[in-house]
Write a protein that binds this ligand. Structure first.
Ligand code: ADP
Ligand code: MG
Length: 717
């Protein structure tokens, strides 16, 4: 058909190999490729500037000061001389702006530059002024003729360049020139739109060719904003389309087992064993989950709830729904400690219900493992708790009805996908996370999941009092710990252990352990856990603390996730300045789990950056996980957060920011949903893509370009 053929021609222009661009060639092409991942014309055009320099302003030499970054000055050379020999050779010029003079020097490309410059001819110089021996000097300025400066946009693009790229002589100027070479090609103005026309019209977005030009050579800050808006929207729109398209398909096509019965196990547990009432939030979430299990479609639900909100209980009730209907359930946790803890909690309940539960981790002995394998296959083991070990191919269920993943942000996308293949009818999936993430990030990371939120803590929790102490005041902290221990309560003392710094950190936690031993060892038992210990030793130490035999636990961040000891009421975080906000929040969530007042002592060096101080002060002011997550995102910038979530984000954001562009994201999601209503065939793999509609073929081509190489999203929750 005509449209797609035309689109094809246009696409092939943008997908031309960069080496065919004027000014590039084989060698530079390879370098662009290696240093900047630029392979095609399109790659270069979408290599957006990181900032702009305003060149509408000219300076006179009299106005210079040493703090100025780059300035632009007009004038002419009065003298140009090659001086020195060998390595000391340089080209020195005397440049006058009509009133004052400055020196201009070059240390490389001397012959070429001196041949290209004329005395007395007007030039515009652009560079950083430095004060040298009592006069102004400028090294290696950019040089243009006044006419060409007038023609160009006054805003000069500056591109993000790695050290390696700089070494290979890539500069903002050379990139600007190459980009401009594309714009000069006649075929550029005919490039095909990448957004469907109806969206572009509704949203009044700048056309592609104009937006690209503007992004590299803006005429004013206002049009630059409009061009950037287009690309931000486009980026988020396609991500949402990509996510929603498959979740719709999945909702339609993927069957799930129906669990109609609320049976004996569920009821007995709920009425006779459950030691407290569920919170309203827990009840609501259970209803949502139960609703999913009645639809005949596979459940794909994200359960978000702050630390201590009682997700484990919801998980257990969910497994009972499956068990009551004759299916099996699996719960996967990211660490051995956590899996074991879940197992111990649930086993005590299962024993009373007559439900058969097992634990499978990397350190499960062979014999035990064979027994579990068999019991899973014949269906006699109803619930399996474990670590990554339970997604191994050898683990086979008779009929896995529901799979629950705890602290899911610790797992990669692929690991989640493997749960799916454990059953002929895909198991219902419930993924749980305590790491509060801002809504925008959730919409992007989990855009295709239904979301339940436990927004309420169990009653009777006393707020945690958090205070910042400086290292010099450590005595006060130990007094606080002593006062809680005297009441029969327990304490955590946590030290950072950061990979890059492992040796030093290990020493500091060892030292910390010795100090705690000295102060409290005579009266109390001290447990001690760090990341390098053998799992069995770790478990033993954790168990000492969990059972109350040990009153103090000295630990590195291995306890960050999920450990539950309600009798622990003090947490000392030594070296708090080295933890991020989210991590501090997670750690602090280990206390405040019982009915007693809890305390968190952040111990830090007095000297710290303003950012760090704000972070720690925020911790003393709020315990609201979502407030902390939002603040964290704003302070660290989304780049950093996105960086830490790399395993979750299957795409790079080039223009949009999840922290700043939540309004655009909301719109993009809405437009993506409208697009799918208009073109149901987008979420239907069985239908051949239809090309008679120009907008549809634009969308399909773009989805293919952006996500064609990524994993099949329909198989991932
Ligand atoms: P998280 O959401 O962080 O995984 P947990 O499931 O570990 O939280 O629950 C934290 C503590 O709160 C546990 O000791 C649990 O028994 C208790 N808990 C859970 N739900 C309730 C409730 N409705 N009422 C009282 N305590 C509860
Ligand atoms: Mg938990």
């Amino acid at each position: 058909c005509r449209h797609s053929a035309q689109a094809q021609v246009m696409t092939s222009f943008l997908s031309s190999d960069i080496k065919y661009l004027k000014g590039v060639g084989e060698k530079l092409g390879k370098q662009l490729n290696a240093d900047l991942q630029i392979r095609t014309f399109r790659d270069l055009l979408y290599y957006f500037p990181s900032r702009f320099i305003d060149r509408s302003r000219f300076f006179s030499i009299a106005e210079f000061n040493a703090e100025m970054p780059y300035v632009q000055v007009q004038g002419s050379f009065m003298r140009l001389v090659v001086e020195g020999e060998g390595a000391k050779r340089r080209l020195a010029g005397l440049f006058s702006d009509g009133v004052n003079n400055m020196e201009v020097v070059w240390f490389s490309r001397i012959t070429a530059i001196s041949n290209s410059l004329r005395i007395g001819v007007p030039y515009v110089l652009f560079g950083k002024p430095t004060r040298f021996n009592g006069h102004w000097s400028m090294a290696h300025p950019e040089i243009s003729s006044p006419e060409s400066v007038k023609e160009q946009s006054p805003f000069y693009a500056v591109y993000p360049l790695s050290e390696k790229a700089r070494k290979h002589n890539f500069t903002a100027k050379s990139l600007r020139r190459l980009v401009n070479n594309i714009f000069q090609l006649p075929r550029f103005s005919g490039i095909a739109e990448t957004l469907p026309a109806f969206i572009r019209e509704q949203m009044q977005l700048m056309p592609l060719a104009e937006a690209l030009r503007t992004c590299h050579f803006p005429a004013s800050p206002q049009v630059l904003e409009a061009a950037r808006y287009r690309f931000k929207f486009e980026e988020l729109y396609y991500i949402q389309l990509h996510l929603l398209r498959f979740s719709r398909q999945r909702r339609r096509d993927i069957h799930g087992q129906v669990f109609p019965k609320v049976g004996d196990c569920f009821n007995t547990f709920y009425r006779q064993i459950l030691p407290f009432d569920l919170t309203d939030a827990q009840k609501r979430v259970i209803k949502e989950i139960r609703g999913d299990m009645l639809t005949g479609k596979q459940m794909n639900r994200l359960l978000q709830g702050d630390v201590g909100s009682g997700k484990t209980l919801v998980a257990f009730l969910t497994t009972l729904l499956a068990v009551d209907n004759g299916a099996q359930a699996a719960i996967m946790a990211p660490t051995e400690i956590l899996a074991t803890q879940h197992y111990n909690t649930l086993r005590s309940w299962c024993v009373r219900l007559g439900v058969n539960i097992g634990l499978l981790t990397g350190s499960t002995p062979k014999k035990e493992r064979r027994f579990i394998d068999e019991a899973l296959r014949d269906g006699s083991m109803q619930i399996l708790v474990g670590t990554h070990a339970l997604i191994e191919d050898t683990v086979k269920f008779k009929n896995l009805g529901v799979a629950i993943i705890d602290e899911q942000h610790r797992f990669g996308v692929a690991q989640r996908a493997r749960m799916w293949s454990k059953n002929t009818t895909a198991p219902h999936m419930l993924v749980m996370t305590a790491t509060p993430i801002p809504r925008t990030l959730a919409m992007t990371l989990y855009g295709d999941l239904d979301v339940s939120v436990i927004d309420q803590l169990p009653p009777g929790r006393k707020p945690i009092t958090t205070r910042l102490y400086y290292q010099e005041k450590k005595e006060e902290v130990w007094r606080l710990v002593a006062s809680r221990l005297r009441l029969g309560q327990q304490a955590y003392v946590v030290y950072p252990l950061i990979k890059e710094n492992e040796k030093i950190d290990l020493r500091s936690v060892e030292e910390g352990y010795r100090t705690v031993q000295q102060i409290f060892g005579a009266k109390y038992r001290i447990a001690y856990v760090h990341g390098q210990m053998k799992p069995a030793e770790k478990d033993y130490q954790m168990q000492l603390f969990a059972s109350g035999e040990a009153q103090v636990l000295v630990a590195t961040t291995v306890i960050e996730v999920g450990v539950n000891v309600p009798n622990a009421t003090v947490m000392v975080i030594d070296g708090a300045e080295r933890f991020g906000l989210s991590q501090l929040h997670q750690l602090r969530g280990r206390v405040g789990r019982g009915a007693d007042m809890s305390f968190c002592a952040l111990v830090a060096k007095y000297k710290m950056s303003a950012d760090t101080r704000r972070r720690l002060e925020l911790m003393t002011q709020t315990t609201d996980g979502f407030e902390i997550a939002e603040a964290d995102m704003k302070m660290r910038g989304p780049g950093d957060i996105e960086g830490t979530m790399q395993s979750g984000l299957p795409f790079n954001l080039r223009m949009a920011s999840l922290a700043k562009d939540s309004d655009i994201l909301t719109l993009a999601r809405q437009k993506a949903a409208e697009t799918l209503d208009r073109y149901p065939q987008l979420s239907d793999k069985t239908q051949p893509p239809q090309h008679s509609d120009k907008d549809l073929s634009t969308i399909l081509a773009e989805l293919d370009y952006r996500f064609g190489h990524s994993i099949d999203w329909s198989a991932i929750s």
